[in-house]
Design a protein around this ligand. Structure first.
Ligand code: ADP
Length: 447
């Protein structure tokens, strides 16, 4: 019958589409993916770095020595030991498998870089070094189409149907028409809440007025729906702000630009932190600078090696100069101060002296020639808390009992990133757990 499904997946981002593909490939046929927006992909579209993964075939090919244990350790340390050890271990142990799985779907992430908080190259990007989001979404959409999995866009999930204590369906609204879909299992994959100012300030009053990098469908509906069905929400006050957001456009400036050698200076032309520190620390340091912002400064090599930069430039976000002095004039920073800053930074790479800010990663000297700068400040980026789950992606109640029929994956879940997420860990999270939940539900339904 129409509107009777084995699995209803709410949200068509990386987590939801991975779940659909994985469940289909394990034999489930009646699957629908609901998306409230006119198009698919959610915030995953805008994922600007890559997918962190360890012990991958691509790392091995490139002689990068990494381990699942080190990945887990750095994820937990990055989150100041507030992440869930079991979930983190599961994610890291299954990360290489997820890279292989994507490769099998035609999504090859073999260009490997670093983001803040990792000691080895672990952030996997598409072959051409572009941001992972668009390639990932395009590849997943293709795989969903190949399998003829139903996707309903402009379909807004409003409420879970709960019978007794079991989730048995979803009430939806399409073109102002309401209906109910029945399901043997519902997978919540609605992403975060950055576009819902009321919800952000409910959990974090101090973030009132911040810009957000999130797409407008990131309204936190999944938290409300799951909570009403008895699920526990954890660490909801852990809303990550990202340190490099251009404020007029809310455009996130990719972390790989810092990883490639860019520095942050304040309006006096001085550096103020090791730019490769974790997002929480860099954001906090920026807010302490005069005016609460920074200039992200880089040379032509960085411009050319990060595909995203040309896009920012086209959008008018990049200031330029033929040399450092002319850039300094354009951004109204004292040229002598900026020159001294860059010279000191360059000296580290040539003399082997210690960097004045203690930076040890991505310290790459500026070449002479054209120079660029983007004005950045922190913006709301990612809800690290969310629905409590176990390694089977079952949504849990406060006393750790699975809510029958309800599963969750992706940003809507909590506990993995603790109170600080490492750049590139969201994509690992959504793919590992998206694939996992599809397989878990398929196995449960076939029993
Ligand atoms: P993740 O990275 O966890 O996959 P994304 O933000 O990429 O999360 O995707 C979540 C998707 O869920 C977004 O496209 C968003 O528009 C969609 N979504 C959010 N709330 C609802 C809802 N109530 N009904 C249907 N889709 C929703």
């Amino acid at each position: 019958k129409a509107d009777e499904y084995d699995i209803v997946i709410i949200g068509s981002g990386g987590a939801g589409m991975s779940a659909a593909i994985a469940a289909f490939d394990k034999g489930v046929s009646k699957i629908v993916v609901l998306e409230k927006m006119p198009s698919t992909g959610g915030n995953t579209n805008f994922s600007s770095s890559g997918m962190n993964a360890s012990e991958t075939k691509f790392q091995k090919e490139q002689g990068i020595d990494d381990s699942n244990a080190l990945f887990a350790e750095e994820t937990l340390t990055g989150g100041h030991d507030t992440g869930d050890v079991e979930l983190v271990t599961f994610m890291c142990d299954n990360s290489a498998g997820a890279i292989d799985w994507l490769d099998g779907l035609g999504i090859t992430l073999n260009n490997i870089t670093m983001t803040g908080g990792m000691s080895v190259k672990r952030c996997h990007r598409p072959t051409d070094g572009s941001a992972v989001g668009k390639t990932l979404v395009a590849g997943l959409v293709e795989a969903v189409k190949d399998r003829k999995i139903e996707v309903r866009t402009n379909c807004d999930a409003k409420e879970l149907v709960v019978e007794g204590s079991t989730v048995t369906g979803v009430k939806v609204e399409e073109k102002s028409k309401q209906s109910t879909l029945s399901a043997k299992a519902v997978i919540m994959a609605t992403g975060g809440l950055g576009a819902n100012q009321d919800m952000v300030t409910k959990y974090r009053p101090d973030l009132k007025g911040y810009v957000t990098t999130n797409q407008s469908g990131a309204t936190g509906d999944g938290y409300t729906m799951a909570e009403a069905a008895g699920a526990e929400l954890v660490q909801m006050d852990q809303i990550q702000i990202h340190p490099t957001v251009e404020q007029e456009s809310s455009q996130l400036i990719a972390e790989g630009i810092r990883g490639g050698g860019a520095i942050l200076v304040n309006k006096e032309g001085k550096r103020f932190i090791d730019e490769m520190k974790t997002r929480d620390k860099v954001s906090a340091a920026e807010l302490e600078q005069p005016g609460g912002f920074a200039w992200e400064v880089f040379d032509q090599t960085v411009y050319d090696s990060n595909k995203a930069v040309a896009g920012y430039d086209k959008a008018g976000l990049v200031k330029k100069g033929d040399d450092l002095a002319s850039l300094a004039n354009t951004i109204e920073v004292d040229p002598a101060a900026l020159k001294a800053t860059v010279e000191a930074y360059n000296a580290v790479t040539t003399s082997g002296a210690a960097d004045e800010m203690g930076r040890t990663q991505g310290c790459i000297a500026f070449a002479d020639g054209a120079m660029y700068a983007i004005k950045v400040a922190p913006g709301i980026h990612h809800e690290m808390g969310g629905i409590k789950i176990n390694t089977k992606n079952e949504a849990l109640s406060a006393d750790d009992k699975p809510i029958a029929g309800l599963y969750a994956a992706g940003e809507v879940t909590g506990g993995i990133h603790g109170n600080n997420r490492i750049g590139g860990n969201a994509v690992c999270d959504i793919i590992v757990f998206g694939k996992n939940v599809g397989e878990v539900v398929a196995a449960t339904l076939s029993k």
